[in-house]
Write a protein that binds this ligand. Structure first.
Ligand SMILES: [Zn+2]
Length: 279
């Protein structure tokens, strides 16, 4: 069994087991034999069997920690449906629509990867291409809910902008019905599901008002699944002031409000006298 510990130039200390292809940061003081020094300042030392046992103990403790964090009951209050699609679900969607020539790198932002706001919205555009039918939406909503449940989420608020697609016959009403369909069907999963109907600010005040009217209907007919409105979309487009009457109407009808605000820096040239009491 090839077991080494590396001393990185920055003082970090890592154990590497070549047979298991695992590397683990550690703070062990154990020394080995036959040290090799690399040009970049690292040293690798041939370890002993006792070092291997210690490495396995560290890995075991990490797995226990993972299980602990997974098992913790959680609430998820900011989940955009199309922003919560897992790698596995994207894989299924890509396979369904090979003609789009979409690759995984176009549908996700990697950990630590930096993107501009425009690039982030491009990612959503690509996902919308992949999710454009009732069948797709049902699969995505089902997978997302199951994955949150598996991650220990006990209360989930999903949000999404209802879309219509002439090519697939999808309407905004069917969009919402399809998103909440799985929530209605599954009674076994121990997770409370709620849905916020999103207003995309790019679509203007008229569409915002129509979205609120649709949400009001579902508030009364969805057995408590649809509970509110989300205001989202590109914050550099339009002015929030233009959407206040729609938001006020939503609030007056008992819908809860969730608002994306102050996401970009602007110099304010004008003020509005209209306000909404949020509490
Ligand atoms: Zn958001």
């Amino acid at each position: 069994m090839g077991i080494y510990f590396y001393n990185q130039g920055n003082g970090g200390r890592y154990l590497r087991c070549t047979d298991l292809s695992v590397t683990q940061k550690c703070s062990l003081k154990t020394e080995g034999k036959g040290t090799t020094r690399y040009d970049d300042g690292r040293t690798a030392t041939q370890g002993t069997n006792s070092l291997l046992i210690e490495l396995l103990l560290i890995l075991l403790m990490d797995n226990e920690a993972d299980a602990f964090y997974e098992g913790l009951p959680k609430v998820e209050l900011h989940a955009h449906l199309n922003g919560s699609v897992s790698f596995q679900t994207i894989e299924k969607l890509i396979r369904r629509k090979p003609q789009l020539n979409i690759e995984h790198s176009m549908t996700a932002i990697g950990k630590g990867q930096r993107r501009t706001l425009d690039e982030c919205f491009q990612v959503f555009k690509v996902i919308h291409q992949l999710v454009d039918s009732e069948e797709d939406i049902f699969m995505v909503a089902t997978d997302v809910i199951k994955e949150f449940a598996a991650d220990g989420v006990k209360y989930l608020e999903l949000r999404s902008t209802p879309r219509e697609e002439t090519t697939t016959g999808l309407t905004k009403r069917r969009y919402i019905e399809t998103v909440i369909k799985y929530s209605k069907l599954c009674t076994l999963t121990l997770i409370i599901k709620r849905f916020l109907v999103a207003i995309d600010r790019r679509n203007g005040s008229q569409v915002a008002m129509e979205t609120v009217q649709l949400a009001e209907e579902f508030l009364l007919s969805s057995d408590g699944l649809v509970i509110g409105i989300d205001l989202s979309g590109d914050p550099t487009v339009g002015h929030g002031r233009d959407l206040l009457s729609a938001l006020q109407k939503a609030k007056d009808s008992g819908l809860k409000l969730s608002l994306h605000l102050s996401e970009v820096c602007f110099i304010i040239h004008s003020h509005t006298n209209t306000t909404i009491k949020l509490t």
